[in-house]
Write a protein of this length. Structure first.
Length: 610
């Protein structure tokens, strides 16, 4: 058992909080040759395949896409919606007060920086790419079964569908991995690995053995292809901006690959600088730039229309939520299947592929927060920001489209934002700002991905070696270039096809992760202490009322072995420990029932006698 995964005290009673584990003081980690070797080998093979035989890789990706969408589209839909219910339940349940760290431990980062880092890593570049494109596309080409283009409800449907893809569902997916990893690392002292969260199901030894290595390899695959998709989207949008600003005309793959090389170098440099120096600084800078751009569009754009769109979007989203969650190719035929592959299932797969690194990253920055705080921040804050963002940028695009400018027909998906800004003041300046935002959004997300892939390759170390981080950064750039090439003229389809196929294995892993998390939480010291308190108080009150009516008080005193509160508590949560701590002398005398129940830090195992 590794230093990071074994219990600090194997004889500690499960009702007592374990002493904190300082992962910063852990010995330097070595590369896991199996995990790194297999993952790196597959990445290199993918790049070589794409470079030497682009057509066969493209055909294989298309065939894989057809199989996944037709045979497992239902699974993506069920799991994505199930995770929303799951994390909301966790936050509202008895588990909500459990901290991701020691009891009373303060959060590591300020709330403002926490939200900025979380948001930039989670979907910043996607908001730039799809901020105008998605609402506009759903307006002129409504989802199958929602009416013809131009129908009276087209605007509401377009905004509701957009929010369905960008609010509660993606962040619930992120939250599952983030909670499981943060709880295991900061509460249980485990290593920063996806596999370590499976200890409640597999046991510590198997979680650190071959089964765990397979999980971590799939986590690297998902991260690699998910972040490569984002890099490809960023390259497409920056290329579109260059066409507008420089007037160089249509750009080809050579320019896109050059953009990928530059962005890759930038995020590698940021990644090797560390979390505090690199990611936090970039996230804060980008938050200010994004806010300034949004305010500009809001003020000079259709302000009243945007304000009206906010409540309309909220109402339409909740009204259509059940229907949107149930979309599969069972209803709508080939048209629905193609639409789902290009939108909903692509999004669910993209979010799933991002969860290893976004989940691990938000786990890394969420130490000291309770589960309820974590879920509230991760689920609600980004959803509100997405609502405002799409109302501003999507609303501006819809308003221009309805006024006769027809920006949907005049631009490509990656150029829609620039086309909308071109109808506002200072189009060149805003185009440059957009390109800077896209570049920094990608850098702030991709350096997190490189660090996480390094962490997974080096047995969970918080600070992977620079060589490993650089390798995964370069691999991300190379994979992104290949994914663009296999899309041919429609580069976006190449990114989408590979992402959906690569995400499927990790989707299954995430279901197991949720089960393991619940099993872990059911044995948390807070939960065990509450069980002891409830059992003890219930037993004492029954005895007190039976013997003394209303005239009794509760006290603590030592009991003989085997006669204490431990005999009243169900054994399942504490079966992993076999220690005699049921007989601890305490100094709490004549406490009230309320005092006993609320005193979760009191020593456990004492029987309350009358």
């Amino acid at each position: 058992m590794s230093e990071l995964t074994k219990s600090p005290d194997d004889t500690l009673h499960p009702a007592l909080e374990p002493p904190p584990v300082n992962h910063e003081d852990a010995p330097p980690s070595r590369v896991d040759k199996v995990v790194f070797g297999v993952a790196a080998g597959v990445a290199i093979a993918f790049v070589l395949w794409g470079a030497l035989s682009t057509e066969t890789l493209s055909a294989s990706a298309s065939a894989g896409l057809d199989f996944v969408v037709h045979n497992t589209g239902w699974l993506f839909s069920l799991v994505a919606s199930g995770f929303v219910v799951f994390v909301v339940w966790l936050a509202a349940s008895k588990y909500g007060n459990i901290p991701l760290g020691g009891d009373g431990e303060a959060p590591e980062f300020r709330t403002s920086s926490w939200v900025a880092m979380m948001f930039s890593a989670g979907m910043g570049i996607g908001l730039m790419f799809y901020g105008v494109t998605e609402p506009l596309t759903h307006l002129v080409k409504p989802p199958p079964g929602t009416g013809a283009p131009g129908n009276p409800a087209a605007v509401q449907t377009a905004m509701a569908t957009t929010m369905f893809h960008w609010s509660l569902h993606p962040w619930a997916i992120y939250a599952v991995v983030g909670l499981a990893v943060a709880y295991g690392v900061f509460r249980k002292g485990r290593s920063l690995l996806i596999s370590s969260a499976f200890a409640p199901l597999f046991g510590e030894r198997r979680a650190n053995g071959p089964a765990g290595r397979v999980i971590d390899i799939f986590a690297i695959f998902a991260t690699l292809f998910g972040s490569a998709t984002s890099l490809g989207l960023g390259a497409l949008q920056i290329g579109s901006g260059l066409q507008l600003v420089t007037g160089i005309g249509k750009i080809g793959n050579a320019v896109l690959i050059a953009i990928i090389v530059v962005l890759t170098i930038c995020f590698i440099l940021s990644a090797v600088s560390g979390v505090a120096k690199g990611i936090q600084w970039l996230s804060n800078v980008n938050m200010v730039l994004a806010l300034a751009l949004a305010l500009f569009v809001f003020v000079v754009g259709p302000t009243v229309f945007i304000l009206n769109l906010v409540p309309t979007t909220i109402g339409s989203y909740f009204k259509d939520l059940a229907m949107m969650s149930a979309r599969t190719d069972a209803a709508g035929g080939d048209g629905m299947k193609d639409w789902l592959a290009g939108w909903t299932i692509f999004y669910w797969a993209w979010w799933v592929s991002w969860t290893p690194f976004v989940g691990m990253f938000i786990a890394r920055i969420s130490r000291g927060r309770t589960i309820r705080q974590f879920v509230s921040g991760v689920l609600l804050v980004p959803s509100v920001v997405s609502l405002i963002w799409f109302a501003i940028f999507g609303g501006a695009g819809i308003s221009q489209q309805q006024s006769g400018k027809d920006i949907a027909a005049q631009s490509t998906p990656e150029g829609s934002l620039f086309a909308m800004l071109g109808n506002l003041p200072w189009p060149t300046l805003t185009a440059v700002i957009v390109m800077v935002l896209v570049a920094i959004f990608f850098v702030s997300g991709a350096d997190a991905a490189s660090i996480v892939m390094g962490t997974l390759s080096e047995k969970g170390t918080l600070e992977p070696s620079k060589k490993t981080v650089i390798f995964w950064g370069a691999a991300t750039g190379a994979v992104a270039a290949i994914m663009l090439l296999i899309g041919g003229e429609d580069a976006l389809s190449g990114l989408q096809n590979v992402t959906i196929v690569a995400a499927l294995p990790f989707l299954v892993i995430m279901v197991g992760l949720a089960v393991a998390l619940v099993k872990d939480l059911s044995r948390d010291p807070q939960i065990v202490r509450r069980q002891y308190a409830v059992a003890a108080v219930e037993h004492a009150v029954v005895a007190g009322v039976s013997e003394h009516g209303d005239d009794f008080a509760l006290t603590f005193e030592e009991t003989a072995p085997g006669e204490g509160v431990g005999e009243l508590v169900p054994t399942e949560p504490v079966e992993a420990k076999d220690v005699e701590t049921d007989d601890v002398e305490t100094t709490h005398d004549h406490q009230t029932v309320a005092d006993v129940v609320d005193d979760e830090t009191s020593k456990v195992g004492a029987s309350m006698r009358l």
